[in-house]
Design a protein around this ligand. Structure first.
Ligand code: 13P
Length: 338
């Protein structure tokens, strides 16, 4: 399949992406929070439980994996990428090596992982991955993000995207303006706008085919410690405005990260964005925490009751699927019986 077709499929209406690509360090934190030991077996068991849920067929267009998971075999003997493909979903792979201190800056970060990436992409393709992800992070404070941080991350994202397309895979371009801090929603709007503008400038310089990409941005939202919490309508309006201003028309769609929003907030905000969407872009989710949190808590308590965990995950995935078509509401949310 061409990369343009894959990109379209990744953002198709009614479905979204499951971000299950936490590095081992991040998984350690997630599992510790529910008092589970972070072993390779536990990481596989939890993830396999999600990947064999029934909502994979109805609400999940793609799954982002960490390299370890891409190479694992499920307990039923099927390689993990095969298990995902069997449900009609596309396997993807996180290819960056994490955000590292940016020399010459004041504690800001640049994402690394370009060295040897061409060779790694060949291997990932053979293992079944058809899209990739690279995440850049930007924090907001009175002096951040700096021009240096915005420019160096945009440059790396564009070089990554070009290498991924060369391997016939779709790059998810993920510039994440972090929610940490007490900044207002308007400050988030300005920074997100500057960041996106620079990213698309670089993608163009690097001759990336935008029709074969998916943007994974933050929503335009208040900082987590900001006293003035913006309402859903304002978040949706400003997010849409910011994306319309900065996204080239060729990009097929957007798959938002949840970035620390609660499960319900993330669903509600996406639903509202789709309610007012007057563009040709598809807006969907690529959530990590906002798709997995309740399922993880349930799993930690009832590890042997796979059906129970899957029911919780299926509900969350279905609710987010509905929000991609502006069909979510409180009544639907509450229809869930554990
Ligand atoms: P969250 O939805 O938890 O922010 O994770 C999405 C992701 O893939 C971050 O890179």
């Amino acid at each position: 399949m061409s990369i343009e077709k894959i990109a379209k499929q990744m953002v198709e209406k009614g479905k979204g992406i499951l971000a299950a690509d936490e590095s081992t360090g991040t998984m350690e934190k997630r599992l510790k929070s529910v008092n589970v030991e972070c072993t390779e077996k536990n990481r596989l068991n939890f993830r396999e439980t999600l990947f064999s849920s029934s909502s994979m067929k109805t609400s999940i267009s793609g799954v982002i994996l960490f390299e370890e998971t891409l190479k694992q075999t499920s307990n039923s003997g099927i390689p993990i990428p095969e298990l995902i493909k069997k449900s009609g979903s596309i396997p993807g792979i996180k290819v960056d090596k994490g955000a590292k201190l940016l020399s010459g800056s004041d504690q800001e970060k640049v994402t690394e992982g370009l060295d040897g990436l061409r060779g790694r992409m060949e291997e990932y393709y053979k293992l079944g991955a058809r899209f990739a992800k690279w995440r850049a992070v930007y924090s907001i404070s009175s002096k951040h993000p700096s021009e240096q941080c915005i420019k160096s991350n945009a440059h790396a994202l564009a070089r990554y995207a070009a290498i991924v397309q060369e391997a016939n895979m779709v790059p998810i371009v993920e510039p994440e303006v972090l929610m940490d801090g007490d900044h207002t929603i308007d400050k988030c709007y300005d920074i997100t706008s500057r960041v996106l503008n620079e990213c698309y400038k670089e993608l163009e310089i690097h001759n990336v085919n935008l029709k074969g990409t998916v943007l994974k941005p933050n929503m335009v939202i208040h900082g987590s410690n900001c006293k003035q919490k913006a309402k859903t309508e304002e978040i949706a309006k400003k997010t849409l405005e910011c994306l319309k201003k900065n996204m080239p028309k060729e990009v097929p769609g957007v798959a938002f990260l949840s970035g620390g929003q609660s499960e319900i907030e993330a669903t509600k905000n996406l639903n509202e964005i789709n309610k007012i969407n007057d563009t040709s872009f598809n807006f969907t989710f690529s959530y990590g925490r906002a798709l997995q949190q309740s399922a993880l808590k349930t799993w930690a308590k009832s590890m042997t009751d796979i059906k129970k965990v899957q029911k919780v995950f299926d509900h969350r995935a279905t609710m987010n699927g509905a929000s991609t078509e502006a069909k979510w509401n409180e009544k639907l949310e509450q229809s869930f019986v554990a």
